[in-house]
Design a protein around this ligand. Structure first.
Ligand code: V47
Length: 350
């Protein structure tokens, strides 16, 4: 990856960046983004599938898992999932992003078999599946090591890992918002091991809830350290907290100013992570478009259907139309580029 900063910023320097003027920060992040990617904004044509919402864990921020606030447990059959995959492949969708809750009733094989069935039928389709939180759950539930689960994922056709489940690495905040699930160290260890297998993954950060700025910077620093070791992260994805239908009592929505500052600072701090995603699902499409000028070079994808964030209030249940997506990126002065899941360029609208 191209070196984008002359000197690394320290924790203290990164925290102090929040006190800078928003537009000054934007300019700095934009210069780094342009050095890496020019005016290109990447997206992919993808589909999310969330096969079950039955969960053994209770994360306060989650509105997706079946609970008192969402008493509609479901578990899809493999036939149902394959039916969706048949349909999306017929429409030239190139990536399927499969993430579930931590369902103790299905058995390990239910999780693994679906990847193998998809891969056998559609070897060209990229399967991005199982967060580190799911890997940890499966390892604990079925008495396996992380290595065993990761090897089973590779054997059954998982191509890359999504970045979910990272939340906030600070142990105090993490204990408060999602006690009992994968710890920060375990999350990082699982991705380290995945990268050691020559595989790529993403990394998220859930922000805008009860965390403070210093916790976001700490989160970025831990990512930067692991990336120095492995180089396996493709993309950093800050996820803006959605407040509906969950058990985390946050009254005020984070401001657009703070979201954009966080995007810009992450571009500056994460000098070794090539891509910064403005995930329109949690930021809104409009703010994601603006974020292109604050360091972001990726808008995720058309998505089609999304259940986790839309359950908590995001307007993402039905995705975005491809033509509209391309139009919006162009109109905001950037070049839309369709990419595959590993950031190879497939089509440019230059
Ligand atoms: O891990 C849950 C988050 C994540 C809420 O890797 C919430 O390319 C906001 O990780 N408000 C799942 N966020 C989504 C995810 C993801 C999405 C897109 C692309 C990629 C990728 C990964 O959603 C969870 C959790 O951090 N989440 N509840 C909420 N109320």
């Amino acid at each position: 990856m191209t070196k984008i900063a002359n000197r690394r910023v320290s924790f203290e320097e990164a925290l102090a960046l929040y006190d800078e003027d928003l537009f000054a920060l934007g300019e700095r992040a934009d210069a780094l983004r342009r050095a890496l990617h020019g005016e290109k904004t990447y997206f992919n044509i993808n589909r999310h599938i969330n096969p079950t919402n039955v969960c053994k864990d209770v994360c306060k921020f989650c509105a997706y898992s079946a609970s008192r606030k969402n008493p509609n447990p479901y578990t899809m059959s493999h036939e149902e999932i394959l039916g969706i995959v048949d349909d999306i492949v017929s429409r030239d969708i190139k990536e399927v992003h499969i993430v579930s809750a931590h369902n103790p009733e299905t058995g390990l094989q239910w999780y693994l078999d679906i990847f193998r069935k998809i891969k056998e039928k559609y070897p060209q389709l990229h399967v991005k599946a199982l967060t580190a939180a799911e890997v940890h759950f499966l390892a604990e539930e079925y008495g396996k090591s992380y290595d065993e689960i990761l090897d089973l994922m590779v054997e059954n056709g998982v191509d890359s890992m999504p970045g979910g489940g990272a939340e906030i690495f600070d142990e105090g905040v993490r204990d408060y918002i999602c006690k009992g699930k994968v710890t920060s160290e375990q999350w990082l260890q699982i991705h380290r091991k995945w990268h050691e297998r020559g595989k790529k993954s993403n990394v998220t950060m859930l922000f805008g809830h009860v965390e403070e700025r210093k916790h976001r910077i700490d989160h970025m620093m831990r990512i930067r350290d692991l990336q120095d070791e492995t180089g396996g992260f493709n993309c950093f994805i800050p996820l803006v907290y959605q407040s509906e239908n969950n058990f985390l009592n946050v009254k005020e929505f984070i401001t657009a100013n703070e979201i954009l500052k966080t995007m810009a600072i992450s571009r500056i701090v994460l000098d070794n992570v090539p891509n910064l995603k403005a995930y329109w699902v949690t930021s809104t499409v409009n703010l994601a478009l603006v974020a292109q000028e604050f360091g972001a070079n990726d808008l995720d994808g058309t998505i089609e259907k999304e259940s986790i964030n839309s359950a908590a209030g995001a307007k993402s249940a039905n995705g975005v139309d491809l033509e509209e997506f391309v139009h919006l990126i162009r109109e905001s002065g950037f070049i839309p580029v369709e990419r595959d899941s590993l950031y190879n360029e497939l089509k440019s609208w230059a």
